[in-house]
Design a protein around this ligand. Structure first.
Ligand code: FA5
Length: 372
């Protein structure tokens, strides 16, 4: 085994010569200083601080040196590499700060400038709620039926068992379009969607399972809970062997689908000339579930602490209506309901004032996130 080459002087190895190391260091430092942006600095880092940089290659030469020479050469090259590393770090910080400042200026948005974006519009939440309500019944197998908004008095009242002088006619304050004197039947803006019941029975094969969403009109004042133009969803089933129990099931499925599973419903006896028996449909308040009743510390704005919310009217179709529509009440029976769509929107989405729905402010529709 040969003796160690103690006479091997690092100064004789060109890359390790102090002048050469100093030159490589200076070259790297001036390249770093000259880098104008982060991309250029990346190039400089590759050229002067990567594994293939002159200083890294010089560092590799140290391994071949005799132990006595290693420390001196290592100190020289290591010091130069450390200076380059620190210079790179410092320049990186300066260039990043410059970039951040430039981005802030270049990408500044002047929020006070006039807005030229054209809104694409939004579907009115009443439309989306009406579709959702309709879809629940379509999912149960119902078809969608329609009727005119300007309706014959016969369909709106007579066929639905409102006698000409029946006080029930005044129950719904009517917009009259044409009086009876001018023809066979007067014309009205329909006061409810129930005339579609008769149209569906006259125009379709039995059995009939239909829902009819639509606009209705009454001479009501516009206030927080009423509007003269509002919407209802009518439902009608006429088939053999139909009972009130089917109606309870359909209403429960509707409430579960729109307001949440597990909410109770109840029928309160009421009166409509076209159904017998008749009922108002209430559902359990989906916010307090009745907990606010009688508790002054837990007042519920949704149900006014009553625990129940009225959503519409319903009942077993009066045999007189079936007869008026040419259906044999001895063979067929059925039920019907009419739900208020505005009221459903109010309850389902916490709308406090019905006037917000009709004033046409696009912010109301946009708040529901229903941009087309
Ligand atoms: C009727 O209109 C019946 N045709 C419902 C019906 C159909 C009963 C089938 C039986 C069988 P009522 O007048 O209660 O019923 O109105 C039904 C719903 O319409 C009310 O519960 C309410 O939600 C809504 N409604 C009534 N008037 C207004 C109004 N001015 N503004 C907003 N919603 C209203």
């Amino acid at each position: 085994m040969s003796a160690p080459n103690n006479s091997y002087d690092p100064v004789e190895v060109t890359p390790l010569h102090p002048d050469e190391v100093a030159r490589m260091r200076e070259e790297a430092l001036s390249a770093i200083e000259a880098a104008g942006d982060l991309d250029e600095l990346k190039e400089v880092r590759l050229a002067h601080a990567s594994d293939r940089s002159p200083l890294a290659l010089a560092n590799r030469e140290i391994g071949a040196l005799p132990p006595t020479a290693k420390a001196d050469a290592g100190k020289r090259v290591g010091g130069a590499r450390r200076d380059v590393g620190q210079a790179l770090k410092a320049r990186q910080a300066v260039l990043e700060a410059e970039r951040d400042e430039r981005v802030l200026v270049e990408e500044r948005v002047d929020v006070t400038l006039p807005w030229d974006r054209e809104l694409r519009g939004a579907r009115h939440p009443l439309t989306t709620v009406a579709e959702r309500m309709t879809d629940v019944f379509v999912g149960m197998g119902f078809e969608v039926a329609e009727g005119p908004e300007v309706e014959a008095e016969w369909f709106n009242f007579d066929a639905l068992n409102f006698e000409p002088d029946h006080p029930a006619r005044t129950m719904q304050d009517t917009f009259f379009v044409e009086s009876e004197d001018s023809g066979d039947s007067g014309m009205v803006l329909r006061t409810h969607t129930s005339p579609v019941q008769v149209r569906a029975l006259l125009g379709r094969e039995l059995p009939v399972y239909v829902v009819a969403p639509g606009k209705t009109f009454r001479t009501d004042e516009l206030d927080a809970t009423h509007t003269p133009v509002f919407h209802q969803l009518e439902g009608l089933v006429v088939d053999r062997g139909i009972t009130l129990a089917h109606l309870r099931g359909a209403i429960d499925s509707f409430v579960g689908a729109v307001f949440g599973e597990g909410l109770r419903t109840r029928f309160r006896a009421s009166y409509f000339p076209f159904t017998e028996p008749s009922a108002e449909v209430d559902m359990e308040c989906f916010v307090c579930r009745g907990d606010s009743v009688g508790d002054p510390d837990a007042s519920c704005r949704t149900c006014s602490s009553e625990g129940w919310i009225e959503i519409g009217g319903c009942g077993v179709v009066n045999p007189r209506v079936l007869t008026a529509a040419g259906v044999d009440p001895e063979v067929y029976s059925g039920w019907a309901f009419g739900l208020g769509i505005e009221r459903t929107l109010m309850f389902a989405h916490g709308v406090r004032d019905m006037r917000d729905m009709v004033e046409g402010d696009i912010r109301f529709s946009s708040a529901f996130g229903s941009e087309i």
